[in-house]
Design a protein around this ligand. Structure first.
Ligand SMILES: Nc1nc2c(ncn2[C@@H]2O[C@H](COP(=O)(O)OP(=O)(O)OP(=O)(O)O)[C@@H](O)[C@H]2O)c(=O)[nH]1
Ligand SMILES: [Mg+2]
Length: 485
């Protein structure tokens, strides 16, 4: 508690349903805060400290909206003798009405302000300004606390300019801020503005922007490492079964059945591993409640890891493959890829037909690369191991990587006020062209190694992580550019 009182605190206040909780959620990086279409969602004041490395950088207080501002103002005017006693009059109002249900919301929202919190007054710039809100603004001014107004546009209309003119008469600082869409840089800009409200807050908020910037860089590095781990696991994965005595050296028919079973298991593993990566990335960015547009349980879906449309979106061109790596192994990989292409198109279509449903499998068999492999009988026993995997096609690595980087981008750009389901619309693979040759090589060399079932040594792993880190950076720049066009 003592720490809370030494770091800056801001009460986010305003009319009901204007995006107060959304502002709090985004700036405190907390997606558990209730945000809803109905007015009156927030009924009690709640304190949300933003912590980095166990240090509270600042605290935001989410509050209920004003319900009876005119009545409150009437009371204040009737009980104030001069301008100098206004803050005391506001305090007297809260003392006297604390247990009055009629003014419950006003008492809740004024309490943190009387305790010294700065005021962040949130309005919706998509609805017209009305004089009705003057009572709210006047009450806030009477509290004597430093204040800033935020114009948060919820709907499509734009009344920002009238709002600006009105708010400018009541608040020291007026800013526009879209709680759902504002990019990270704007969060930092807003914190700087908060720091201008009181001289003693300037340094703590300067520190806060510094910490948040560092945290974002750390998260990006950790994301690269999580993605590298998933890539290693997925490329190397082998689905195996030990065949008990009597089933060793199966005939052609049971061999096919065994192969189909192992292949399904291999698909399943890959999908689950990818989901685990996604959850890990979301947790890294403190997104705990994301619902997905993708149908997770019905795999036969165009967004499925193994669908034809996925392959089209995320696989890299033959030219890219040919130039990405210089090692002999890399070229070998391309060779295999080219040689099997014609054949596996046919096989892929066939498997798609067998599996039914979307029938869109194309590359699953080619990825896992090969038919079932049966090991030798274990000496002294009748046991034999059957294996499926690891992935033979380098494209699988690029597809996994592309999907992971895309998902990361959506998560890292997502504000904690966002409540829409996560959609991952198709994109193109031009992003890889952002990568410099050494990073392309590092990825290609790693994939080639993994394709053979070999693990990476520490140095190779570091190279891969660094290259994925650059891929994240490149992808972000590419997305920013393509969004702006
Ligand atoms: N598009 C968009 N929608 C927003 C934004 N801010 C809030 N909303 C939506 O507006 C509605 C109200 O948002 P809340 O943050 O719950 O508003 P509030 O002021 O806390 O509401 P109460 O607690 O009921 O007073 C929700 O449906 C939000 O998703 C925004 O910046 N952009
Ligand atoms: Mg609310």
């Amino acid at each position: 508690m003592t720490e809370v009182s030494t770091s800056p605190m801001f009460a986010v206040v305003g009319h009901p349903n204007r995006g107060k909780s959304s502002v709090v959620a985004t700036l405190s990086q907390n997606d558990r805060i209730a945000i809803a279409l109905e007015p009156g969602t927030t009924r009690e004041s709640q304190y949300y400290p933003l912590k980095v490395d166990d240090r509270i950088l600042y605290t935001l207080v989410d509050t209920p909206g004003f319900q009876r501002p005119r009545r409150v103002l009437e009371w204040l005017e009737a009980h104030s003798l001069s301008a100098s006693d206004r803050p005391d009059t506001v305090a007297a109002f809260v003392r006297q009405h604390r247990d009055n249900p009629k003014f419950h919301d006003e008492c809740e929202l004024l309490t943190p302000i009387l305790d010294g919190a700065g005021i962040i007054y949130v309005v919706d710039g998509s609805v017209p300004y009305t004089a009705e809100q003057e009572a709210e603004m006047t009450i806030l001014r009477w509290s004597g606390q430093p204040s800033l107004a935020l114009i948060n546009r919820i709907g499509p209309d734009d009344h920002t300019e009238t709002w600006r003119a009105a708010l400018g008469q009541f608040f020291q600082i007026v800013r526009s801020f879209d709680a759902v869409r504002a990019p990270f840089e704007q969060h930092l800009g807003l914190l700087k503005a908060f720091g201008q409200l009181r001289p003693e807050w300037e340094q703590p908020l300067e520190d806060a922007t510094h910490h948040l910037t560092r945290q974002r860089e750390d998260r990006q590095r950790q994301a690269a490492s999580l993605i590298a781990s998933a890539l290693v696991d997925m490329m190397r994965h082998q689905e195996t079964r030990t065949l008990p005595p009597g089933l060793a050296n199966p005939g052609a028919e049971s061999r096919r059945a065994l192969e189909a079973r192992l292949r399904e298991g291999w698909y399943q593993y890959q999908r689950e591993r990818e989901q685990r990566l996604r959850k890990d990335i979301e947790a890294l960015y403190e997104h705990h409640r994301i619902s997905r547009q993708e149908a997770e349980l019905s795999w036969h879906h165009e967004h499925d890891l193994f669908s034809e449309s996925t392959r089209q979106v995320w696989s890299v061109s033959r030219g890219y493959l040919a130039t990405a790596g210089f090692g002999a192994g890399a070229i070998g990989g391309v060779g295999i890829d080219a040689a099997t292409l014609g054949h596996s198109l046919g096989a892929g279509a066939l498997i798609g037909g067998l599996i039914g449903a979307a029938g869109s499998y194309f590359y699953g068999d080619r990825l896992a690369g090969q038919a079932l492999r049966l090991g030798p009988l274990k000496p002294g026993t009748e046991l034999q191991t059957a294996a499926f995997g690891p992935a033979q096609d380098l494209q699988f690595g690029y597809i996994v990587l592309g999907r992971a980087v895309d998902h990361w981008w959506h998560i890292s750009e997502r504000n904690h006020a966002g409540r829409d389901p996560l959609e991952l619309p198709p994109t193109e693979n031009h992003w890889l062209e952002q990568l410099a040759q050494p990073q392309r090589n590092a990825i290609q060399v790693a994939l080639n190694q993994l394709r053979r079932g070999r693990d990476l040594n520490q140095k190779e792993r570091q190279h891969l992580e660094a290259a994925i880190g650059s891929a994240l950076e490149g992808f972000r720049n590419w997305r920013l550019k393509s969004v702006r066009v």
